[in-house]
Write a protein that binds this ligand. Structure first.
Ligand code: 4AD
Ligand code: MG
Length: 459
């Protein structure tokens, strides 16, 4: 049985003899001794293996290429060298899979742009090792948080017939012959398609999530989400993961409270339980990261009305590329200005104009805004979008008609307002945006294993 390097280092003196497998990160050889650093992905730290010339395959081992897979057995001893506490005196080194000089990860540092072109190999670098360990732990933390708060975990469908956000960004799912579809009245006849209707990949699990909230009280979804929006930015992916809690008998204020509790808890989780990897990000990706996250972990998030945000932006004297005017959506530059310059910390913007928001948001008494909320954070802008939902059947139907949304296909959604309707609210947290926020990585392509963006879908 192999032991993970993380455990060997943690156990320290108790280890004595050990055996482990991993990949060579570097080899330094002289005539009678050779130092090999091995990493097995379990921790940011590699372990230094010392091979002496008495080793039967010493000459072979001292010419090992970076990236080779090896299995080592030996004795753990305190390292006389600085920079590491322990090293392993090799008893045997078995070469499991060689890597020659063509292996692309020879240098200590490569640009993220270059590493994106070899996403099949980049998990073997320090940065992406730390990143994908953090991502994995955070996914588990999300489930832990909701489990501790008695939320039901529900898997909403990935193939769907409804476009929740109504933005028309659906990827079509079809088995029709694209070059020769059956035609009805000049259009493809989707009644002959696999599901007998037009279907696509989900842009949000919210609508189905609401149905479960109206049975279980508090629920959440956590799954892949797809958007065919042609926005080639550092924060948009065509395939990403979203966490969507939904609470029955809850208002917009409850919603913001949950979001604040959730984000601060995740910050504390990352600092406490991913300390080694966070220290790496602080040192190599963003100086001051730990201090920044630490401030958020114990912060009170600001709450600001959309109307006030517009006024503050207009009075700021700052110049923006996009116009700032009541009724227009906030662009990333505005969002960042608010959270970075005006507030200096995470900020909820509440009650947006109804005409820039989705049909399902609860209409406020002023007749012009809806109970929407976005959470803005420094460096990223919007990290969460959510709302209190329109629970009044008549108001919902009127709004859908106004917005030109057919009510008939959403009969099941309207039914939830027909029987046992109640105030309810929820939000969506983009998982990749969370990982970016906590790691300091600046491009969404670098926080998802195999990114999908417009004109890019490798593997
Ligand atoms: O603001 P959005 O569009 O809200 C919804 O989808 C609601 N149905 C959520 C809800 O109320 N249950 O998306 C929510 C979050 C955004 O704040 C952002 O973090 C992330 O999802 N997001 C994206 N992340 C990466 N790439 C994209 N293309 C994203 N679009 C949204
Ligand atoms: Mg949004």
């Amino acid at each position: 049985m192999k032991t993970r390097i993380k455990h060997i280092i943690q156990q320290g003196v108790e280890t004595k003899t050990c055996a482990f497998s991993g990949w060579v990160r570097s080899v330094r050889a002289s005539k009678d001794v050779c130092f090999i650093v091995i990493n097995d992905g379990s921790t940011i730290d590699g372990i230094q293996v010392v091979a002496e010339s008495t080793l039967s395959n010493f000459s072979y081992v001292s010419r090992l290429g970076t990236g080779s897979a090896v299995t080592v057995s030996g004795i753990l001893v305190e390292s006389p060298a600085s920079g590491q506490k322990w090293e392993v005196m090799a008893g045997t080194i078995e070469i499991v899979g060689e890597a020659d000089a063509a292996y692309p990860l020879q240098k200590k540092r490569h640009s993220f742009e270059y590493l994106r072109t070899i996403s099949h190999l980049r998990p073997r670098t320090n940065t992406f090792g730390a990143l994908f360990r953090l991502r994995s732990r955070l996914a588990q933390a999300v489930h832990r948080f909701f489990s501790e708060h008695d939320f039901l975990y529900v898997n909403t469908p990935i193939i769907t017939a409804s476009d929740c956000e109504g933005a028309g960004d659906l990827f079509r799912v079809s088995t029709l012959d694209a070059s020769d579809p059956p035609v009805l009245n000049g259009h493809p006849d989707f009644s002959q398609d696999f599901f007998g209707q037009k279907t696509g990949l989900t842009v949000s699990g919210q609508l189905e999530g609401e149905l479960f909230a109206l049975a279980f009280g508090d629920i959440y979804t956590f799954g892949p989400t797809f958007r065919a929006e042609n926005s080639n930015t550092a924060r948009h992916a065509s395939e990403f993961w979203m966490i969507e809690p939904e609470m029955a008998f809850a208002t917009l204020a409850d919603n913001a409270d949950l979001a604040e509790k959730f984000i601060t808890w995740l910050c504390r989780f990352a600092l406490e339980e991913c300390a080694d990897d966070m220290a790496f990000f602080d040192k190599h990706i963003e100086n001051g990261l730990i201090e920044r996250i630490n401030r958020v972990a114990y912060a009170n998030f600001a709450r600001m009305e959309y109307s006030d945000a517009i006024e503050l932006l207009q009075r700021s004297g700052a110049t923006f590329t996009y116009p700032v005017e009541w009724g227009l959506d906030l662009q990333t530059e505005h969002e960042r200005y608010i959270t970075e310059q005006i507030v200096g910390g995470p900020t909820f913007i509440l009650n947006y104009p109804k005409d820039i928001k989705a049909f399902y948001m609860r209409q406020n008494d002023d007749g012009r805004t809806v109970a929407a909320m976005d959470l803005l954070v420094p460096k990223i802008g919007e990290i969460i979008g959510g709302s209190q939902r329109e629970e009044r059947l008549d108001r919902l139907e009127v709004r859908m008609t106004e917005m030109g949304i057919a009510t008939e296909p959403l009969w099941w959604y309207l039914d939830s307002r027909r029987w046992g309707s109640c105030p309810h609210a929820g939000f969506g947290l983009g998982f990749e945006r969370l990982v970016m926020y906590l790691s300091g990585m600046e491009n969404i392509r670098d926080v998802i294993p195999f990114p999908r963006t417009p004109r890019h879908c490798e593997f």
